[in-house]
Every structure is written in C-alpha cells, then in structure tokens.
Design a protein around this ligand. Structure first.
Ligand code: KIV
Length: 281
C-alpha cells in the first residue's frame, strides 16, 4: 500500500523526521525503497545530474513524466512526487492545473511540486482544489537561478527572512501539504517550521526542519567534481566506479576478460565443421 500525504502529516505530528530522496530511475528508486525512505521526489535536478545541463531550466514536462513513470512503476510503498519543470505552471493557474493533471495521469505520481512563494498561492489553491496534492518549494528555487544571480542562501536579511515566512504561511493557507526549504539559514528554517502546521523539508536548511531531502547521486558521490555544502558523502562511489572501469579496460586489453566463466560453449564437432567451411581456403 502506497503512503499518502496523511501518513506524511502523521510523521510530522509524531515528531518523526521525514526522510526524502530525489531519485530519477529504476535502480535508485528501488534502492531508496529498500532503505525504507517514505517519499521519493522525482526532481527536475535531473537536468543537471542526469542530462548535464548547468541549470534545471532546459528540462521539459515530457522528460519529467518519463522519469516519474519509471519511479512509480518500480516502487510500491513510497509516496512519489513529480516535480513540475520550468514554465510548466507559471503562466496561469489553468496551465498549471492542466500540466499537473498530465503529470499525475501519465506517470502515476500521487502529488506534484512547484517552486514559488506567495505569488504561487492562487496556483497551488487551484491545483489542490482539483484534487492534486501539492508540495511547495521556497528559499533558493533553482528554476529562478537567473533571477537570484546564482545558487545562494536566501533570507539572511530581516526583510528577505520576513518574506520567506510570509511565503511559507501563504503556501500553507493555499493548501500545500508540505514545503521544501532550500538554502535557508538554519535558525530561519526552524522559525518557519515552528510557525507552520505542514511539514518543512529542508535541503541546506539545517536540522530544525520536519524532514530532509537530498539527491541520491550527491549522497553517494556519483559526481566526483562537485559536492554542494549542504550534502554529506555517505559513500564515495565515483572513486570505486573509476577504479572498476580502469580494471575493466586493463583486463580487456590484457585478454583476461572475458574468461571461460563469462563465455558460452558450443559442441566442438559443430565448431570444427564451421572452421572447415569458413576458415580454410
Ligand atoms: O529537483 C530536486 O531534486 C529538488 C530537491 C533538491 C528539493 O527540487
């Protein structure tokens, strides 16, 4: 039985930390479920992590639906959230509803995520009223990276901190079931968490949030070149993978791989016959 937004709210009420992971494919989703992670976000960070772009902006709705469908199909229990990509929900509440419905119907996710604060409240309300649960996302919202002028911490000054609190309150009133706080000073995230009834899910927002979200590839160091400050390396797979691939190259060049164990045999009489027919002039 798949978890629902009510189960997630219960975790918050019981004071249990809510663990969320961003995963985009069958293998990472299955491993996340085995680790008993209750919520998987199919995030548009796949634009950077999987597609190799320098922002999430090029990601399309079709691509998000493609990945979300995979994650839904290979998991049973976690609540799956489908991220709505850049410009797929900002033009009007009607456009947002129609694309949220596509995401839900075509991928099977149970809810969607949108970036934006108070100005997004009417859109969130429209989607929620139509029966689609919404997770909101404030602080550093990567789809607005050009507006922010880079990936920087938000809400360090009193006015911007107040604004984030107002955003969080407006989102909750609009009916969001949870809110991601990205790159927000830990004490501010704590105040937002105490002020809201819905869970806050932090990424670079300190330990005072109701839960945490991290990207699968970051936790395992699958990309060796860049590790955001808000991430911890729980394994260093890029080094192990590089070693393994070098070993593979060496063994193929040395004729060590494939060995008999990795090969398939055939009746020797047939082989002799083929050799006579095709190799002898
Ligand atoms: O796209 C994503 O993975 C996200 C999380 C990092 C919150 O938005």
């Amino acid at each position: 039985m798949r978890l629902t937004i009510r189960d997630i709210q219960k975790l918050k009420e019981q004071g249990e930390a809510i663990v969320v992971i961003t995963a985009y494919d069958a293998m990472s989703a299955r491993l996340s479920e085995i680790a008993q992670i209750p919520m998987i976000l199919v995030g548009d960070s796949l634009g950077m992590v999987v597609q190799g772009h320098d922002s999430t902006i090029p990601v399309t709705l079709d691509q998000m639906i493609y990945h979300a469908e995979i994650v839904v199909r290979v998991t049973q229990k976690p609540l799956i959230i489908g991220d709505l990509p850049f410009m797929s929900y900002s033009i009007s509440p009607e456009q947002a509803l129609s694309n949220a419905a596509r995401m839900m119907q075509e991928s099977g996710v149970s809810c969607v995520k949108v970036e934006g604060g108070e100005f997004m409240a009417p859109t969130i309300q429209r989607i929620v009223q139509a029966g689609i649960p919404v997770m909101a996302h404030i602080g550093l919202t990567p789809q607005s990276v050009n507006q922010f002028g880079g990936f920087r911490v938000q809400g360090r000054e009193i006015e911007s901190a107040r604004k984030l609190l107002q955003d969080a309150i407006a989102i909750e009133q609009a009916g969001a079931f949870a809110v991601v706080l990205e790159l927000v000073p830990a004490p501010l995230a704590q105040v937002i968490t105490e002020r809201l009834n819905i869970p806050t899910i932090g990424i670079g927002a300190g330990a005072g949030c109701s839960g945490q979200v991290q990207v699968f590839h970051d936790l395992l160091t699958l990309a060796a070149d860049f590790l955001p400050k808000h991430t911890k390396r729980y394994a260093n797979l890029s080094d192990s993978i590089a070693d393994a691939l070098q070993h593979y190259v060496q063994e193929v060049k040395a004729g060590v791989f494939p060995s008999e164990t990795n090969s398939f045999s055939m009746n020797q009489t047939l082989v002799d016959q083929l050799r006579r027919e095709f190799l002898q002039d």
